[in-house]
Design a protein around this ligand. Structure first.
Ligand code: GUN
Length: 292
């Protein structure tokens, strides 16, 4: 028996994508421009290939054009930099992303810095991370943005609440903490960032009214780590030995304790893709109509 409300990220993502597709139809007829997404995929890691395929399908369904640049796992730093420069200079492309992780011989950081900040669909460029940290966000990383949208649309109060983010990555943990502590809807929380070096992770997590888990470890968070009635957002996704998927949270246990919880799959993942499209469209609007 599951006591917690299941937060349907997939359903929300479908609605967000439908809303966006309507807006894109109107914008295309007003401007004559199609929003364009450019994706660089290096190597053939199966998970990355699936993610990129999903992003492409979602982009096409929303009325975007797309360019997928597939490069060999042995591609050099310079070759990838060249591919980024081409997308930077391509007037049909408004949002660019380099699918991560990149093969180990490459310097991801310097490649992410090469993307024009105003086309940075993932919001990973130092300029965009800096603007977020300063409270004047422009393009914001998609997964945290999706989590905030879910909290707002599900009317989960964050103001004045204790939020714990488990994980300190640049992709999720860090920007998630910045959004939760920002002023305004989905923010105004008292935020703790916990990570692998934190002492007493279970105790820290038990302080959370809102627990966002992006730890990258299958079913790390147990029911006993959760304050009764807390809201649990599970950003992880892993494939078990038997082929089924699970998150960073032990869903069976956690759903007995939490008041609301995201499932895996069907929770945060689809929202990330919806926010990628939203970011690309926002970038397109600024690039095409800079004075509006
Ligand atoms: N790999 C895992 N998550 C992400 C993401 O949000 N963006 C990109 N580019 N790669 C990822």
């Amino acid at each position: 028996m599951s006591a917690a409300r299941i937060l349907d990220g997939k359903g929300l993502a479908d609605r967000l994508r439908a809303e966006l597709a309507d807006e894109v139809v109107r914008w295309r007829s007003a401007t004559g421009v199609m929003p364009g997404l450019g994706v660089i995929l290096v190597g053939s890691e199966p998970a990355s290939a699936v993610y990129v395929r999903n992003k492409r399908k979602a982009a096409q369904a929303a009325g975007f054009s797309d360019i997928i640049v597939e490069m060999k796992a042995t591609a050099t730093q310079d070759e990838i930099a060249e591919a980024i420069d081409q997308l930077n200079d391509d007037h049909t492309i408004h949002g660019i992303l380099v699918q991560l992780p990149l093969p180990r011989h490459l310097d991801s950081e310097s490649l992410l810095r090469r993307i024009r900040p105003d086309k940075d669909a993932d919001g990973f460029h130092p300029v965009n991370m800096g603007l977020l940290a300063l409270g004047t966000p422009s393009l914001v990383p998609c997964t945290p943005l999706g989590v905030r949208e879910l909290l707002i649309r599900e009317k989960i109060e964050t103001k004045g609440k204790r939020a714990v983010v488990l994980g300190r990555s640049n992709i999720v943990g860090k920007p998630m903490a910045l959004l939760l502590m920002a002023k305004g809807p989905g923010g105004d929380a008292t935020v703790t960032v916990a990570h692998t070096a934190s002492q007493d992770l279970p105790g820290l997590c038990r302080e959370a009214d809102i627990l966002v888990v992006a730890a990258g470890q299958p079913e790390l968070v147990k029911g006993s780590w959760i304050k009764p009635g807390a809201v649990v957002i599970d950003v992880g996704i892993h494939r078990r030995a038997d082929g089924t998927l699970c998150g960073d949270v032990d869903f069976v246990e956690a759903s007995q304790v939490a008041s609301a919880i995201t499932p895996v799959p069907g929770g945060v993942g689809p929202l990330t893709v919806a926010m990628l499209l939203r970011n690309t469209f926002e970038a397109a609007k600024k690039l095409v109509e800079p004075n509006r």
